[in-house]
Design a protein around this ligand. Sequence first.
Ligand code: DUR
Ligand code: ZN
Length: 131
Amino acid sequence: MTDQELVDKAFEMHQYSYVPYSHFPVGAALLCGDGRVFTGCNVENAAFGSTICAERTALLKAVSEGCREDFLAIAIAGRGEDYCWPCGSCRQMLYEFAPDLRVLCARGDGAFVETKLSQLLPHGFGPKSLK
Ligand SMILES: O=c1ccn([C@H]2C[C@H](O)[C@@H](CO)O2)c(=O)[nH]1
Ligand SMILES: [Zn+2]
């Protein structure tokens, strides 16, 4: 699975985004070491704070299917001219399972940049912090 293919999968998820309030679809695709890819979209709610992001949808699908380690990369696809950076809640939840995750952030025209979760969330609080 190339980075481009993972980004393509993230964009494909826009069709499932439920975004009646923001009209801002986001798709995510999370790649595991065994080759499985878990996808997600954002799902909004009339109680705005109950909205869940695409990245957490993908992560929770993975964990709830028994996949909780060896994540290699996540692609995040938004629309508009800015790259779609993960929000703070998603950074924190991803950090729990994949502190060194590669993160591919795409903008509406398909261009994407690569970074690392450790760069997006330096000095993160994780499982080791509780030891
Ligand atoms: O990285 C991001 C940023 C935002 N959103 C969603 C939440 C909400 O539905 C909409 C606008 O914030 O975009 C995501 O899913 N992922
Ligand atoms: Zn988020």
